[in-house]
Each structure stands twice: as structure tokens, then as C-alpha cells.
Design a protein around this ligand. Structure first.
Ligand SMILES: Nc1ncnc2c1ncn2[C@@H]1O[C@H](COP(=O)(O)OP(=O)(O)OP(=O)(O)O)[C@@H](O)[C@H]1O
Ligand SMILES: [Mg+2]
Length: 329
């Protein structure tokens, strides 16, 4: 950790890919030992921020220190002090758990790695399976192994890029426990990215909501939620309605459209719903969803879009592709 107590500190962090501004003047301060979340839709710039902070991609403009070292002037020192857990499979399925740890130690030129490896296997309850090929592990065991590899060189900061993408609900929950456990047990700072509102809310001490390369809001999940003093009603109708007609319903303060749906901002859903049902025929409502203050409604409030719908097909595609890769091995 740096002398000023920040595990990660960035000022005006910017990345251009040609004309595209993938990361746009981002300021970021993550205190040591905390969990910080980047929450945003596909293409928002989350992975790019991780690439910049781990020295994998050059900064266009701005500056950052990670674990006390400047990422432009001292990339080697940064790399020695950070770990990365990505959604892509990084395990070698033909090797045992122990051999995967050995390989990781070779790649990172670690000398005295065995006590640490044994400690990690114990912590993740993989000691009994250490001689089995990783290809025979369950999804949850693989995730534990990936985190063990990332922790082997005792990093101060771990970057987790969508650690739970494509996992079923049970494994996702197990991983949440692992992430908070690792944060507490090893005192490691964690920066993770996610599409999942609930995940960021559950895990993160602080969250930045990112859209089109810019931070649109930063704070603790409860600070962010308390900013939104409204409910949102999402509505799909079978017959066409105009935004004027929806805006005229008592209690509705704002109307936006997203795809086939309308998003109505109301002071209180309980009070607005009867008026809404009165104004529209009940059987003309195909789908209705009430969003109470949550990180999702913060995102809607700031960007006018839902977070968990944007690009959901891309997510499914990736999950599909990951499974294909796994089954080939
Ligand atoms: N190597 C690259 N060359 C050109 N454009 C890139 C490159 N990497 C990323 N981009 C673009 O930068 C933008 C941000 O991409 P990034 O991968 O950081 O998004 P993300 O928030 O991680 O999205 P996702 O949730 O889909 O992973 C996108 O428009 C993407 O197409
Ligand atoms: Mg990404």
C-alpha cells in the first residue's frame, strides 16, 4: 500500500483506441484492504481500466499509482504486487492443482512458494484434491484454484474482471463468500467489475457506476441508493401508447422509452400504480416491473437505461463460448 493509504489512486485516467474514448478522465481512490466495484454495461470501459491499472495497456492521458508505484514509471513493481482473476479459463486442465501452482510460481519466478501454496490449498479446502487433474474439478473448485493462483505471489491488490459471469446462482454465491473471505483473511485490496447489481451491492465497500468510459457516480452502495428519491415503473403495453399519455398520469414525473418498454419515474410506486391501471387498460399491460431504490434505479436515474438489460445477449454468448472452450479441453 502506498504511504497515503490508497491501494489504487488514479487522476484523469484516459484511454483512446483510435477515435474511440474507452476511458474518459476517470478519478479513482481505493483505500487499502477494501473491495471496490466498477459497475457498468458492456463496452463501458471496465476491462480497459483494469488493463491500464495492471500495466497491460498504455495510458493515453492521466496518471495512476497501484500498491504505491506509478504504473507508467514503475510497471514492473506494479506487476509484482497485483494479481488478476479473469473470466477466461487460465487453468491447465491436464495438470494437477499442485502442478498449476508450481507453473504459476515458475512464471512469476517465485522461489519460496511452497509454504504459501500449501496454506492456500488449506484455506480453499483443496488439499485433498491437489494431486488430481484440474480438469476433474467442479466449477466452484476451479474458481477457488484460479483465486489461489492469483494470491500465490502475495499481491497487495487483486483485479477480478467479472468473476462470476456465466456461473449459476449457487456457485456465484459461493464465490461472493470467497471474495469477502479472501479480502478479510489476506487483507488484500480487491477491484472487481460486474454487470450484476446485486453482486456490487453485496460485495463492495464502494462502487463506481461507469457508462461510456466515464464515472457517472461513486460512493458506498447505500450512499448511491439514498440519492434516488424515486421509484421506477417499467412497463410494456400490448397496444401503443404515447409518452404524453403516460406523462399525464398523476404521480408520473418522467417518461423514457427503452426498446419496447417505458420507464416511468414516480415518487411512490404504491401511489402511482392505481392511477396507472386506471389510465391504461389492465389487460393492455403485457409486463410491469417496479424498481425500488437500488443500484439499478441509480443507474436508470443517471443514464436513463437499465443496466441489466443492456447487452444481455452478449453475456449469454460469452457464457456459451466459455462452455465450448471448457468442453473441448
Ligand atoms: N484493443 C482494443 N482496440 C480497440 N477498441 C477496444 C479495444 N479494447 C476495448 N476496446 C473498446 O473500448 C470500449 C471499452 O471496452 P471494455 O472492454 O473496457 O468494456 P467493458 O466495460 O469491459 O465491457 P464488457 O462488460 O463487455 O466486458 C469498447 O467500445 C471496446 O470496443
Ligand atoms: Mg470487460
Amino acid at each position: 500500500m502506498s504511504a497515503n493509504g490508497w491501494a489504487i489512486s488514479a487522476h484523469g485516467l484516459t484511454k483512446h483506441y483510435g477515435k474511440l474514448v474507452a476511458v474518459d478522465h476517470v478519478d479513482l481512490s481505493v483505500p487499502g484492504g477494501t473491495i471496490f466495484g466498477l459497475l457498468g454495461p458492456n463496452g463501458a470501459g471496465k476491462t480497459t481500466i483494469i488493463k491500464l491499472l495492471t500495466g497491460l495497456s498504455a495510458i493515453t492521458e492521466g496518471s495512476a499509482t497501484v500498491a504505491g508505484y506509478d504504473i507508467t514509471a514503475d510497471p514492473m513493481h506494479v506487476k509484482q504486487r497485483v494479481g488478476w482473476v479473469a473470466a477466461e479459463v487460465i487453468l491447465d486442465d491436464d495438470l494437477s492443482g499442485w502442478e498449476n501452482l508450481w507453473l504459476q510460481a515458475k512464471l512469476q519466478r517465485l522461489s519460496d512458494w511452497k509454504p504459501r501454496a500449501l496454506q492456500l490449498l488449506g484455506y480453499f479446502e483443496l488439499t485433498d484434491r491437489r494431486k488430481d487433474k484440474v480438469g476433474t474439478y467442479s466449477t466452484g473448485m476451479r474458481k477457488k484454484m484460479e483465486i489461489a493462483l492469483a494470491l500465490l505471489h502475495q499481491p497487495e491488490v487483486i483485479f477480478m474482471d467479472e468473476p462470476t459471469i456465466g456461473l449459476d446462482a449457487n456457485v456465484r454465491r459461493m464465490l461472493w463468500d470467497l471474495i469477502t473471505g479472501v479480502n478479510k483473511q489476506f487483507g488484500v485490496t480487491i477491484l472487481l467489475t460486474s454487470h450484476y447489481i446485486e453482486e456490487a451491492d453485496m460485495l463492495c465497500d464502494r462502487v463506481a457506476i461507469i457508462d461510456h468510459g466515464k464515472f457517472v457516480a461513486t460512493g458506498t452502495p447505500s450512499e448511491l441508493k439514498s440519492r434516488v428519491k424515486a421509484d421506477y415503473i417499467e412497463l410494456e403495453t400490448s397496444e401503443s401508447v404515447t409518452s404524453e399519455r403516460l406523462a399525464a398520469i398523476p404521480g408520473v414525473s418522467n417518461v423514457r422509452s427503452q426498446g419496447n418498454a417505458w420507464i416511468l419515474k414516480v415518487a411512490s410506486a404504491e401511489e402511482a400504480l392505481p392511477a396507472l391501471f386506471h389510465a391504461l387498460k389492465t389487460d393492455g399491460i403485457r409486463r410491469i416491473n417496479v424498481e425500488k431504490p437500488s443500484l439499478e434505479s441509480v443507474f436508470i436515474d443517471l443514464t436513463g437505461k437499465r443496466l441489466d438489460q443492456t447487452g444481455s445477449d452478449v453475456q449469454d454468448y460469452r457464457k456459451f463460448y466459455m462452455n465450448v472452450r471448457r468442453s473441448r479441453q
